[in-house]
Design a binder for this molecule. Sequence first.
Ligand code: PHE
Length: 473
Amino acid sequence: MDHKPKQARENWGSRFGFIMAAAGSAVGLGNIWRFPYLAGENGGGAFLLIYLAFIVFIGFSIMLAEQTMGRMSQLSAVGAYKSVSPRFSFIGVLGVLTAFFIMGFYPVVGGWASAYIVKSATGLLASQEAIPGIFGAFVSGSWEPILWMLGYMAVNIIIVSGGVKDGIEKAAKVMMPLLFILLGIIAIRSITLPGAGEGLRFLFVPDWSKVDGSTVLAALGQAFFSLSLGMGCMITFGSYLGKDENLPQNASLVVGLDTTVALLAALAIFPALFAFGMEPAQGPGLVFVVVPQIFASMGGILGTLLSILFFVALTLAALTSSVSLLEVVVAYLIDQHNFDRKKATIATGIVMATVAVFASLSMGVLSDFHILGANVFDFLDILTDKIFMAIGGALLAIVVGWFVRKEDLQNEITNGGAIKFGLFNIWYFLMKFVIPVAIGIVAVLGIAAVEQTGLMIFGLGLIAVLAIFSRKL
Ligand code: PHE
């Protein structure tokens, strides 16, 4: 890569700041809302093991590769790919599209989380039996979830257009550790409930009979989603990293933190779920149904207080992720199309919010409206994590493995030999051969096993179109 940055790039104030921002992007609804319900739907233990294998062999490698690409080129995603070759810039654009589509449903769930702050305070926890019904009635309603989503989106727009970035970073620095502690408390409470052992067994004893191609694809997609990979986000973060930072260490830290939070969330939810005699495969409502019940079972003012804190922390964790998603699209419009930041943010935010209105309604009045076999919410969700991010990750591996000089990579990762990275050759081998082939196999098996084959093919077609018109982007 010989592309020179146009101007010196601003660096992170501190290593801690970078880790917090990258981990803030990674840790979000993906860990606490999505991971447990996917594990619940896909049989528990076996899903967890496959997920962990993907994190170790694919997630970490791609995290390192993205940060390396970013720091090497000193450019955000599209520019970084372009600096290798203009014909690859479509991979960056695919990432922008991915961010855009994720923001079509993520704010809906962000809205739920923020609504639950108020609901916790005003008597959601009054009766444990009523909690599942409250969730169902809330999300299938029309105006209430939409208004919360719009409020959530507005905060995103304010932050990204330049208003209170410092504020949110400061809040996140306090709230992320708090979220950690809260999840720990909930997990302990959950594990000590009578009948919790069943949940631990569900989570840690794999039942391989539940595994098919679609399980494996779901685990792969979740690994990418949760780590914010395969769409250029970490390339952009990496581009702000100082030349003396230790890339392998940064990548391990972010991956380790993200995985720990996901595991804690599962430990918080499954033992309690079984203790309450509920179904693990209840889909997207899981965390909103089980966690309030744990708090309700504590009773009194303590339960209410912890519940409020939990949903505040969840909302902030979601915000630090969705802000990074909105930023990917906005940065693209500014860098590649000379938009003004404020205008780009507001325009993008409005379009995203419009899509999210439909995603929200697909939980209720529009639940029968299907595009290629899925409602709007699922359409966006499946298209992004099961196709765009997985294929984006494979393409990244191919570009790094085959089109960037090995010496340049080694030089960048070891800071010109100043730090040791004993796994370099293994990492390089994974990028060059194993990851592209593994993702290819998982994608083929998954597409064959999944119900929405048409949707999958549509997604792949879209990527092909992008690739063909890449030079225009
Ligand atoms: N990783 C985030 C989460 O787990 C979602 C995300 C995906 C954020 C991709 C940025 C990029 O909630």
